[in-house]
Ligand binder design. Sequence first.
Ligand code: SAM
Length: 302
Amino acid sequence: MTDTLHDPVLHAEVLRAAVEAGSRRAVDATLGDGGHAAALVGVGIDVLGIDRDPEAIRRATARLGGGVEVIHGPFDDDQVLRRVEAFHPDFALFDLGLSSRQLDDPSLGFSFRPGVRLDMRMHPTGPDAADYLRMASVEELSETFRSFGDEPRAYRLAKEIHRRRETGSMSTSDDLVNAIRAVLGPSSGPSDFARLFQALRIRVNDELGRLTRALPAYRDRLSPGGLLAVISYHSGEDRIVKHAFREWARTCVCPPAFPMCVCRGQALGKVVTRKPIVPGDRELASNPRARSARLRLFRIAP
Ligand SMILES: C[S@@+](CC[C@H](N)C(=O)[O-])C[C@H]1O[C@@H](n2cnc3c(N)ncnc32)[C@H](O)[C@@H]1O
């Protein structure tokens, strides 16, 4: 397991956005190793950090010292949201997905490297990925690999997993890689494994459901003029963010069939990034993890 501290993804862009917005109180909803939080603290912004992974909380606390308030839990948890509300933030950051440390730690079971038990839980309670592969129906498995992994042969892969779990084991990275190879053929490789392992991880942690619930909850807890920043790494995540921001920026929310506006609606704010901000060549050269990152910003109405 590597213990290197990489620069956080789109670090300069996030920091610039917070500073230009005049932020004084930021929530980092995905604290991770505390890289973004450290940068925000470094420019004098008070930070409340949240992570559902207890090890991330431990490491970020060690890195940031007592200067940052931290909460362990999922960012959409009711109790967490109450603490966020009481903090009165004017900036909120989501840097979704996994940290490099989580991806590299074999005990967490995210990796498709050989001999890893399929755990994949960001928080060590509830059913893990191996339980899911053992218990889900063919239809559920197929939906997971199609919706979150864009896999055209999702149904065949689901049937293959089902067949293999009846006759043998389906609990390690090797078991899943072998099932993928059997369906996608011998030319399948790391990019397929990464995509399909990611699909399983998204399902096990209900990542898109939690993001969908969290976005309006944080929007409503930001002060007027505040800024919501989301870095996503998966097309499904980015779609949710893009559509939510676009919807909130509409001035009229009457059903399309209405001949005239009766809602006299006010936009909840403004989309700052018509197109997502993506990492530049320099960042990509030094941090391959940034490859699929997309940053979107929404400013709450003043
Ligand atoms: C990409 S890392 C964040 C890295 C961080 N920005 C940094 O600078 O080190 C994502 C973090 O979000 C956490 N996370 C993902 N989904 C979460 C959720 N629903 N609630 C709380 N934390 C979550 C993960 O445990 C992980 O530590």
